[in-house]
Design a protein around this ligand. Structure first.
Ligand SMILES: Nc1nc2c(c(=O)[nH]1)N[C@@H](CN(C=O)c1ccc(C(=O)N[C@@H](CCC(=O)O)C(=O)O)cc1)CN2
Length: 427
């Protein structure tokens, strides 16, 4: 039995490869002989096995949950097309606010013997996958989409450099020593490097006072800086409102300035920047061709950085939006009416399967550490949505990790590029 890949806590095995990966003309697919008693083993937690086989044959596989115990004597080869790697066509400004981008060509197809057991079971493109009478949501792969977006941005940045000799610059201010914030800032720098954005980082002590405003003021006046962000949360003694107000609106790539949020809330007005996480959620829906117009959407959580702008964005896309929060009566009942749920509350596994309407699309913004002695870090990350239960009811779902998180950083790069283009009048 050979381990061929893993996704979240699901590990996939089969007994013998009919086509060794090195001979497989399509590196994103695996040919499986239907006579080989292919069998996926789902739900096992085998960390040691995973480590040994880190170079899994499949990188990320949506809906790898697949069981075929076919005994057909047909000589045709069953093919599980994991992910169509066809790159998006490159559209300039693909991810500018409110512009619908081309969709992710995403497919799971099977050409098996007459005993095909996978079917798509929804009319929308977010069709769930049915396997032997059990239905599983399509996995919305944010990590993969973010990588594609970075590639698109890198192309745009090379063009910009070539045409006008300008390289976008992003300034990041980190105050204090929260480990998670330091990781996010490090990842932002890495992402900038990967696409060719110059990054400038300022680290300040937990007990800083005036320094934050001084640095913002310097970056506001620096022409090589096109985007400025202050990593949140700030230490509790700081006045977040004053600090976010100090970033000039033209460089507010986080989109947290009250003027940008105000413009986002108004019909017929356009903000200069949309906050990165909500923008990433909408981008995922667009890239997976999931319709928003006319749909019922529920946003769980009303934070300034995710819940509130996510609700505004969905409304701008012509969804009918409800916000569920800590004082909402019957949150389960309201959430169960939604075609699209965006959850951003920071409560592990709060949204259970019973909260989800069959066929709904689930976008999980929560990144919650839960103790896990089996994990090298001593914890693992889970979302606000109970994946195990909800993925059996929904038509599509984002995983945690690997869903919205990577999109946040991809959208920050997109906003920085947008800013540089706007400042330098480049279309
Ligand atoms: N100024 C800002 N502060 C904060 C923002 C923001 O958009 N602007 N958002 C969050 C933190 N954040 C970016 O800053 C962020 C969070 C998570 C991820 C991410 O990729 N998560 C991974 C898991 C990472 C891990 O293993 O620890 C995932 O979900 O796959 C990126 C960025 C609050 N502060």
């Amino acid at each position: 039995m050979v381990y061929i890949g893993s996704y979240r806590r699901e590990y996939l095995f089969y007994n013998e490869p009919s086509t060794p990966p090195s001979q497989n003309p399509n590196p994103h697919s695996i040919s499986i002989n239907p006579n080989s008693n292919f069998r996926a083993i789902i739900g096992l937690r085998l960390p040691s096995v995973c480590k040994l086989h880190k170079m899994a044959l499949i990188d990320t596989a949506a809906a790898m949950i697949f069981t075929d115990r076919s005994s057909s004597s047909s000589s045709s080869t069953a093919r599980l097309l994991i992910y169509n790697s066809t790159k998006f066509q490159k559209f300039p400004n693909t991810i500018s606010p409110f512009r619908r981008s081309n969709s992710l060509r995403f497919g799971i197809s099977s050409r098996t013997s007459s005993r095909t057991i996978i079917t798509h079971c929804s009319s929308s493109s977010a069709s769930a996958i049915q396997v032997n009478n059990e239905t599983f949501a399509k996995v919305i792969d944010g990590k993969r989409v973010a990588k594609d977006i970075r590639e698109e941005i890198a192309v745009e940045i090379s063009r910009m450099k070539e045409e006008i000799g300008i390289v976008p610059g992003l300034a990041v201010i980190l105050v204090g020593d929260r480990k998670d914030s330091a990781t996010y800032v490090r990842n932002k720098k890495k992402a900038c490097d990967s696409v060719g954005i110059n990054s400038y980082e300022v680290r300040l002590a937990e007990d800083s006072t005036e320094e934050v405003l001084n640095h913002i003021s310097k970056f506001n006046d620096d022409p090589s800086v096109h985007g400025i962000l202050v990593q949140l949360p700030l230490p509790s003694h700081m006045n977040e409102q004053n600090i976010l107000n100090a970033v000039c609106i033209e460089k507010d790539v986080d989109g947290f300035h009250p003027l940008n949020i105000g413009l986002l809330a108004m019909r017929g007005r356009e903000p200069l920047f949309v906050p990165c996480t909500p923008k990433g959620c909408i981008e995922l829906l667009h890239r997976y061709d999931i319709p928003i117009k006319g749909k019922r959407a529920v946003v769980i959580g009303r934070s300034n950085i995710v819940g509130m702008p996510a609700a505004l964005l969905l409304q701008r896309e012509d969804a009918t939006v409800s916000i569920v929060h800590s004082r909402t009566k019957n949150p389960e009942e309201i959430t169960r009416q939604a075609d699209i749920i965006i959850s951003a509350v920071g409560q592990p596994d709060m949204v259970r399967g019973s909260w989800v309407k069959p066929g709904a699309v689930l976008i999980d913004v929560g990144i919650n550490p839960v103790e896990d002695p089996e994990s090298p870090r001593g914890y693992r990350l889970v979302g606000d949505i109970c994946y195990e239960e909800a993925s059996k009811v929904a038509s599509a779902i984002t995983p945690v990790p690997g869903g919205v998180g990577p999109m946040t950083i991809a959208m920050l790069l997109s906003n920085t590029l947008l800013s540089a283009k706007r400042i330098h009048n480049l279309r």
